[in-house]
Design a protein around this ligand. Structure first.
Ligand SMILES: Cc1cc2nc3c(=O)[nH]c(=O)nc-3n(C[C@H](O)[C@H](O)[C@H](O)COP(=O)(O)O)c2cc1C
Length: 278
């Protein structure tokens, strides 16, 4: 998604934070340029994603660090329109899931090492612990983000789909997952519709997230109030009909179980999928 004309680090910083960069500068090489220019794409052209791009992105994914090199993930590339349409319904009717030429289902996969143990008649009860689920989640996310950056470096757009966890068992059935597998999230991939290009979404001021030596929340409220205004500006620039600031949006998103879109029963769903989470 990075424009053909590379921007300076200062310009990329301003686009991300809506403020001038004041500290020491760095050269914005192609990698940093791709990272800083990320924006989620939710409107795609029908043009297919090439096998070459897919395989290169998965090589990037497999190049990510992996805890103890366990490689606790798999990925399913879905291009069948009917399957994408069914998954779009399961993901809260998100049209971009059906529209994207490629949907990747990123699978936290404890089953492969489980099978290895069975074949060799060796115990694998370490997989039953919450720790293994966390390790698998981290591995899957790191791999997926590497793939995302690779796709973006090719000029493709993407958006993650956490709503794949709204109905985890139905998604698992649709994709033929064995037990001890969960689609942690989906990823829509394709060329962005040039008539509906997304803008760069501002992030919290760096001082809110970057702490020095020890955690320090003093001064945070003013910085967040400032950010709330930036988010409102961003939405108004895009003609968003229901503009809401960041604080209201995130508090609404975590208000209670009713705000979790079915995911409040994730623990039960994971048990049904074969995760013990001891
Ligand atoms: C794990 C994860 C799940 C997400 N799930 C969805 C989703 O289901 N639907 C969607 O449209 N965007 C989804 N997003 C995209 C976020 O809304 C988006 O990254 C965030 O608003 C920041 O915007 P940006 O990516 O354009 O910078 C998800 C992002 C992540 C990291």
């Amino acid at each position: 998604m990075n424009e053909t004309q590379p921007l300076s680090f200062e310009e990329r910083w301003r686009a991300r934070y809506r403020e001038a960069h004041t500290g020491a500068t760095v050269t914005c090489d192609a990698t940093l340029d791709t990272l800083l220019s990320h924006r989620s794409v939710r409107s795609f052209l029908p043009q297919a994603v090439s096998e070459a791009a897919l395989e290169a992105a998965i090589a990037a994914a497999q190049s990510a660090s992996s805890s103890s090199n366990l490689q606790l993930w798999s990925v399913i590339a879905v291009t069948d329109p009917e399957r994408k349409a069914r998954l779009a319904i399961l993901a809260g009717q998100q049209q971009h899931v059906a529209q994207a030429p490629l949907l990747l289902a990123w699978v936290l996969d404890l089953s492969r090492i489980g099978r290895l143990g069975q074949q060799r008649d060796q115990a694998t009860s370490g997989l039953d612990y919450l720790e293994s689920f966390v390790v698998g989640s981290v591995d899957t996310a790191l791999a997926a983000q590497n793939a995302a950056v690779a796709f973006e470096s090719f000029g493709l757009g993407m958006v993650y789909i956490g709503a794949m966890r709204n109905h985890p068992e139905a998604v698992a059935r649709e994709l033929g997952l064995p037990p001890s597998c969960l689609v942690l999230f989906g990823m829509c991939v394709g060329f962005a519709d040039p008539h509906d290009l997304p803008a760069i979404k501002p992030r919290l001021p760096q001082a809110v997230v970057l702490h020095r030596e020890r955690y320090e929340a003093r001064g945070e409220a003013d910085l967040i109030a400032h950010y709330d205004q930036q988010v409102l500006d961003y939405q108004r620039e895009r003609g968003s009909p229901a503009a809401s600031n960041w604080s209201d949006a995130v508090l609404n998103r975590v208000h209670g179980p009713e705000s979790l879109m079915g995911r409040e029963r994730l623990h039960q769903a994971l048990n049904e999928l074969g995760f013990k989470l001891l």
